[in-house]
Design a protein around this ligand. Sequence first.
Ligand SMILES: C[S@@+](CC[C@H](N)C(=O)[O-])C[C@H]1O[C@@H](n2cnc3c(N)ncnc32)[C@H](O)[C@@H]1O
Length: 225
Amino acid sequence: MHFGQGLTEPYALALAKGTGTLTLRPDTDQTADPVDFDVQGWCAEASPAELSVLKRLDGPLLDIGCGPGRLLSAAQNLGLTAWGIDTSAEAVRRARSRGVRVLEQSIFDPVPHTGQWQSLILLDGNIGIGGGITALLRRCRHLIAPQGTLLVEVEADDELDTVYTAVLEDPAGNRSAPFRWARTGTGGIAARAPRSGWTVASVHRVQDRVFCRLSPSAWPSRTAV
Ligand SMILES: C[S@@+](CC[C@H](N)C(=O)[O-])C[C@H]1O[C@@H](n2cnc3c(N)ncnc32)[C@H](O)[C@@H]1O
């Protein structure tokens, strides 16, 4: 099951309205904190912080978990060839209505132009997709061009590192089916990058957000995994 999907579909309902708050809540693990998302922010324009990191990327760019397409639209306006990928039909519908190109599928399914993407972006908590950070980093390593860049937004808390089963809820009580999710800070990326075929090239703190730029390195040998 994917982020916010299933049962009474709070993610699709919120995107259709374009406003409101969604809460990502641990399903059973009470040690993980809930996270609130502002749906209007997802549906608005890219922020100055997001524009500043997008400006430093090359196309073709793939926005993994692009949602309603805010970042894709900004990338396109910057002159980049940009595609999005998302499993949510409502997110894809909204993104396409902004005039951007989106594949409606999982990042773990076969992706066109594998090995040729100059930039991959995982922003807004999307490093959590699939609930397996090493698996997602490895998937991205297969997709990236030899001189490409993977941009990952991480938590402001460098030490935070958690994988859990979550649900998405809205204030009206609509609730998704449980899905696996993850959250991590710079420490979790630094620890997993070498065993996923990446080097952390730099870390940028822009306003209160943290972005890691990763460059592809040699695939680790089996013993290093
Ligand atoms: C936290 S939301 C981020 C939304 C988006 N980045 C934005 O700014 O509007 C996570 C997004 O990842 C998508 N997603 C979840 N699992 C996915 C997968 N396996 N492959 C592609 N997209 C996925 C969800 O449908 C959702 O749109």
